[in-house]
Write a protein that binds this ligand. Structure first.
Ligand code: DGY
Length: 322
């Protein structure tokens, strides 16, 4: 009998995913879900045929070049792949896969939660209540930013950006977006395209960041671009932390230039810039965009579909290409 392919799984995955993994592969697991160092990954990858990693595992050029030659496929339990050096993997002949589509709706839901949570002061009002500090209803307390009819700028109009736009239309928001090229998407025929991010910032009373992290988008939200935005704007980030320059956003939230922000992602996760936590006008979540039972199972199964196809000699269904 041919031995099962040996797969290094760098993070603990949902039970249903682990079950299928263990059925079909010889698994080197991480039952404690420890954050493995690159050294530990290299040790565990010894004689592995493939790797299933998570978005917290940085596979940069240095690590990829040191991987044993037996490793021929790497699939990430995420749609984002800014933690993978795609060119280095291609040069080493490692096929790459990810998990698009299945987390679109869950992530778009969290974007709307962040948008509403920020606009309606969900954090400070809920904390007041929980701390036993709510003394009476008041016509002037917890006043948020009105959402209906406002202009929502979407930076990155891929699958998730489009799903955010559709949801926001349910709140009667006017949709503006910047993307590499205009999109022709069902239900979004009236969305207004901006051919530059600056042009989008200028109109965005609300801004939802839904692009991938690349050299071009790193720190796209900074002092200069925030200055372009209307006063009292609301910023939402459910994509990747380093698209926002933390210090700039903190300054703007403190001065009131930005009325509120809703963030599900941060630079240097899980360590959050401590200044954020001093701000009442910030609604924060710990990177839970895709965290539903159904979505996380589906992401794991996509990774397994990628591996299954690769080891059958078929094209990977969800390939990452440079
Ligand atoms: C992704 O898939 O890129 C998410 O950030 C992980 O939930």
């Amino acid at each position: 009998m041919t031995p099962k392919p040996r797969i290094l799984v760098t993070r603990l995955l949902p039970a249903a995913v682990m079950e299928r993994l263990n059925r079909d592969y010889d698994v080197i697991d991480n039952a404690d879900d420890a954050q493995l160092s690159q050294e530990e990954i290299l040790q565990r990858a010894e004689a592995a045929d493939g790797i299933l990693c998570g978005p917290t595992n940085l596979f940069d050029r240095a690590l990829i070049e040191k991987l044993p030659d037996t490793v021929k496929v790497l699939t990430t339990f995420s749609v984002g792949y800014d933690h993978l050096d795609v060119s280095a993997a291609q040069e080493k002949g490692i096929a790459l896969g990810n998990t698009p589509d299945v987390l679109t709706d869950a992530t778009a839901d969290i974007a709307l939660l962040c948008l509403l949570g920020a606009a309606r002061m969900a954090h400070s009002s809920a904390m007041t209540l929980r701390n036993g500090e709510w003394t009476q209803w008041s016509s002037t307390q917890f006043l948020g930013v009105h959402v209906t009819g406002k202009k929502l700028g979407i930076l990155g109009m891929g699958r998730i950006g489009q799903a955010v736009a559709r949801r926001a239309k349910g709140f009667d928001m006017e949709i503006h977006y910047h993307n590499r090229r205009p999109v022709n998407a069902r239900g979004l025929e009236d969305a207004i395209y901006h051919d530059s991010a600056d042009s989008l910032f200028k109109v965005s009373e609300f801004l939802s960041i839904n692009c991938g992290l690349t050299k071009e988008t790193r720190y796209a939200v900074n002092d200069e671009t925030i200055a372009l935005m209307p006063d009292g704007a609301v910023i939402v980030n459910t994509a990747r932390g380093p698209i926002v320059e933390d210090a700039a956003l903190i300054r703007a939230l403190t001065s009131g230039k930005v009325a509120a922000a809703g963030l599900d992602v941060f630079e240097n996760e899980p360590v959050l810039n401590p200044d954020y936590l001093q701000l009442d006008n910030l609604f924060v979540l710990p990177h839970i965009g895709s965290a539903t039972v159904e979505t996380r199972d589906a992401m794991g199964f996509k990774c397994l579909d990628n591996l299954d196809a690769f080891f059958k000699g078929e094209p990977i269904p969800n390939p990452i290409t440079a």
